[in-house]
Ligand binder design. Structure first.
Ligand SMILES: [Zn+2]
Length: 157
């Protein structure tokens, strides 16, 4: 017969509860640390991706390593063909536009990485509250929650 003494049973249950509480609190702390590591890796991968894209349309400014300059993709300088020259100019303008967009993205990613170091990552710049995980998952470099993203956009436009 497996009849446990009532006192022993109560003691065992309470010990069990303490163990569960410990596991839960460790899980929470561990989870938070894991998330930062996870987002840092995501952001680092994003940075490499953007920098590789930047290399296809531009090059780093020799006098400022944080600045990118557009270059025409088709760099056949010896071609005297007028159409090709025109295409090259058009191409250069296109690259300039792409480069500007990529530079903004790169700066956002760098800012987010800096925030991880500073311990402010994942907080909305509008109200300082945590940005929903879903949004960070979709855009690890997000600066605000959705609500404040709208107001920031309106301010810019
Ligand atoms: Zn917000």
């Amino acid at each position: 017969m497996i009849t446990l003494n009532r006192e022993t049973l109560t003691r065992r249950v309470s010990r069990f509860k303490v163990i569960i509480a410990f596991i839960f609190s460790f899980a929470i702390i561990f989870d938070m640390k894991l998330d930062l590591k996870y987002f840092r890796e995501k952001l680092e991968a994003e940075r490499v991706k953007i920098e590789n894209e930047l290399k296809t349309v531009g090059r780093v400014n020799p006098s400022n390593p944080n600045d990118w300059q557009a270059v025409p993709t088709d760099a056949e300088a010896d071609s005297a063909d007028r159409i090709e020259v025109a295409e090259s100019i058009e191409n250069f303008e296109e690259n300039t536009a792409i480069l500007k967009e990529l530079e903004i993205q790169l700066n956002d990613v760098k800012m987010a990485l800096k925030k991880i170091e500073d311990g402010t990552y994942g907080l909305c710049e509008g109200d300082g509250k945590p940005i929903p995980m879903k949004r960070l998952e979709a855009n690890p470099a997000a600066k605000t929650c959705l609500e404040h993203a709208k107001s920031v956009k309106f301010e810019i436009n």
